[in-house]
Design a protein around this ligand. Structure first.
Ligand code: MN
Length: 206
């Protein structure tokens, strides 16, 4: 069964002013759609993989035939990363995490502000295109990592909880080369209850 582009969970202008409507429309309707289309195209030659979830494909790229492995890595990762990206943002969001997630962030990074600084450092330190992530490791610990291109932390055995897309397509229309300003504004649209859901799923709690 082919993968499909998920609908945006809110209107394309819902994240204004942090993320402008045109950026959202192009990012979702063209960039994400292209990842889905190219992933489906690559998988046409591998009917054995039909029925695997996108997480399974990306988690275990070595099970993907070499001829299409790079296409699945890039486009499968792109599909997975963007699906999560739309989910962990929302209108009327922002603020700070609460509960166990806040405690885990505070004890790991020394507070919410140091955590945000670490994400920013990771986002700005990524040369070219990629992502900065908060991940939950198989050791049960939180950490901040960066991946290049559309690589997913899942491939390295980490569960992504939050990710900021630092490809220029995510911010260039409004912020041009000012990636730091985009990252600063991005905190205003983070949906912490979704991030907490992912944290709970990663540590096996409902
Ligand atoms: Mn993107």
């Amino acid at each position: 069964m082919a993968f499909t582009l998920p609908a945006l969970p809110y209107a394309p202008d819902a994240l204004e002013p942090a993320i402008d409507k045109m950026t959202m429309e192009i990012h979702h309707g063209r960039h994400h759609k292209a990842y889905v289309d190219n992933l489906n195209k690559a998988l046409e030659s591998a009917p054995d993989l039909a029925g695997k979830s996108i997480e399974d494909l990306v988690r275990n790229l070595s099970a993907v035939p070499e001829a299409i492995r790079n296409a699945v890595r890039n486009n499968g990762g792109g599909h997975l990363n963007h699906t999560m990206f739309w989910e962990i943002m929302g209108p009327g969001a922002g603020g700070a995490p609460s509960g166990d997630l806040a405690e885990a962030i505070n004890s790991t990074f020394g507070g919410f502000d140091p955590f945000k600084a670490k994400i920013k450092e990771s986002a700005l330190g990524r040369f070219g295109s990629g992502w900065a992530w908060l991940v939950h490791g198989s050791d049960g610990k939180l950490s901040v990592v960066s991946t290049a291109n559309q690589d997913s932390p899942l491939t390295d055995g980490h569960a992504p909880l939050l990710g900021v897309d630092v490809w220029e397509h995510a911010y260039y229309l409004k912020y041009q080369n000012k990636r730091a300003d985009y990252v600063d504004a991005w905190w205003n649209v983070v949906n912490w209850s979704k991030v907490a859901e992912k944290f709970n799923a990663a540590r096996g709690k409902k």
